[in-house]
Design a protein around this ligand. Sequence first.
Ligand code: NAG
Ligand code: NAG
Ligand code: NAG
Ligand code: NAG
Ligand code: NAG
Ligand code: NAG
Ligand code: NAG
Ligand code: NAG
Ligand code: NAG
Ligand code: NAG
Length: 411
Amino acid sequence: MSMVKAYLIFSVLFVVFGTPLGFLGNGDTFRREVSVELNPGLTPPSVLPRGVALVHVRGLGLNDTLHFLLCNSEAPALLMVHTNSTRSAVQVDWPAFLNHSSSSSLRVEPESSVQYRSALVFTRVWEYDDVNNTADPQKTAESSFYPPYELEKFIWSELSVTANQTEPTVKMCGGETSESFLNGSLCLQFSAFESEGRDKPWPSLRHNANSSQLRVWLDGVTPRGNNSRFALELQSVGDSGSEGRVDVRSSIDDEYTPSIFKVSQWVSSPVNSSSVSGYNQWKPVAYRKPQPVFEDATACKHSALVSVNRIPRSGLVQAYFPERSETSGLNISFGIAKDPVFYSDTKYISWTVLVGLGEPPVDSFSPLIIVIMTVGLGTPLAIILVGGVFVWIRKRMSHSSGYEPIRNTDH
Ligand SMILES: *[C@@H]1O[C@H](CO)[C@@H](O)[C@H](O)[C@H]1NC(C)=O
Ligand SMILES: *[C@@H]1O[C@H](CO)[C@@H](O)[C@H](O)[C@H]1NC(C)=O
Ligand SMILES: *[C@@H]1O[C@H](CO)[C@@H](O)[C@H](O)[C@H]1NC(C)=O
Ligand SMILES: *[C@@H]1O[C@H](CO)[C@@H](O)[C@H](O)[C@H]1NC(C)=O
Ligand SMILES: *[C@@H]1O[C@H](CO)[C@@H](O)[C@H](O)[C@H]1NC(C)=O
Ligand SMILES: *[C@@H]1O[C@H](CO)[C@@H](O)[C@H](O)[C@H]1NC(C)=O
Ligand SMILES: *[C@@H]1O[C@H](CO)[C@@H](O)[C@H](O)[C@H]1NC(C)=O
Ligand SMILES: *[C@@H]1O[C@H](CO)[C@@H](O)[C@H](O)[C@H]1NC(C)=O
Ligand SMILES: *[C@@H]1O[C@H](CO)[C@@H](O)[C@H](O)[C@H]1NC(C)=O
Ligand SMILES: *[C@@H]1O[C@H](CO)[C@@H](O)[C@H](O)[C@H]1NC(C)=O
């Protein structure tokens, strides 16, 4: 009896309140007015090296602004700055910026309006010969590592910025001159969003107007070992007074990212506080083909967060953050233990991360799952309700035909 009751309460809550309240579907209506500009304020004679750019995406809210700056001068970096003003602006002292000569050649003004700032930097690509097939750099002897590809030395050959002002995307591809990277490229694709949604290709992370997305892929690199696997080193730079940690949460397995039950989030919180100021969020999955399908999915794993004693060599970070800023880093390694498929089989790996402000988005059920659950829970519920009404009518009828009424307080 109590089981039926619990079931009834649950299904009534689910069907009646769940969908309209939006915690199951798309209830997020927060929007920003997004605009994009390339190399803000750059005038001759200042010129950027070929293939290098500073992209500024401004997300204007009602009383705040979220700035994203992406730059591939030295190590590629994405900077996020949140201000409590709608008039905050990016100022670049180009001669000093290009000369890497000053730690304040890039500013977001007025500086007093800045509420939060942090940068995510792609520093290195590691390659190791996974002879024991553990897919775990931590369990691999140091001698199995090849010299890493230093992204600060990359030469960028391709840069494109789509003119779509509401959801701009920027793509940049680079490489280096060593024999093994001759046919290879490392590409970054950045997207910003004016409102809630999902990208079509897997892992279809849920984004909102406070987030941006980076897809990174490594294509066509000639492996240096017979069992080569790769890892990507990331560093995060921020102000002192905040601390980072990586949480692994359970997530929903649905049509968006099949068979993945976890979501990882590298969050930054004020010291001694549980609130989250900013995050990097990803699902522990990577894809071995440019068009992600189920068979080409593999796992990825993050290493423990370590603190780094100097800010990374990134033109953007060094132009904005003081030398003493808090820096921490981790590696994302691709592949799963005992997997017979190595990088050499497809010569491709891609991984996607969401970078944003505030609490990371929580996955919701997809419309398909909602329909299945609503039908699955709703049909028995309807049967029970109809049955209840039927019993009630019968009771009424038997009452009117002279039987003693049965007092029922158990609703
Ligand atoms: C900014 O706007 C939000 C709603 O868009 C409101 O909740 C908040 O109180 C406002 N903040 C200030 C400082 O006006
Ligand atoms: C660039 O910096 C160097 C020292 O780091 C300085 O000698 C040179 O004059 C600077 N050039 C410009 C154009 O500012
Ligand atoms: C913005 O934040 C600063 C402190 O960070 C505060 O002094 C200022 O009053 C705020 N401005 C608005 C418009 O809320
Ligand atoms: C392979 O595993 C053995 C035993 O665990 C270990 O001693 C050895 O260092 C590993 N080799 C590499 C290259 O990691
Ligand atoms: C911009 O991108 C959005 C989302 O992908 C799309 O709906 C819209 O039609 C695009 N607008 C233009 C002008 O291309
Ligand atoms: C790069 O590609 C060219 C043409 O496809 C091929 O001849 C060459 O061997 C490749 N180089 C490496 C290092 O894979
Ligand atoms: C985005 O950030 C603003 C400012 O912090 C906040 O008011 C808003 O609720 C956030 N929206 C979402 C969807 O997280
Ligand atoms: C890779 O395998 C081939 C044959 O399977 C072998 O000749 C070669 O020495 C191996 N290379 C390395 C770097 O282990
Ligand atoms: C954080 O908490 C610890 C112990 O609870 C305390 O010693 C420390 O001063 C606090 N730090 C800040 C910045 O409040
Ligand atoms: C990434 O992995 C390499 C190789 O194990 C290691 O040397 C490096 O310190 C790691 N980086 C971080 C930030 O943990």
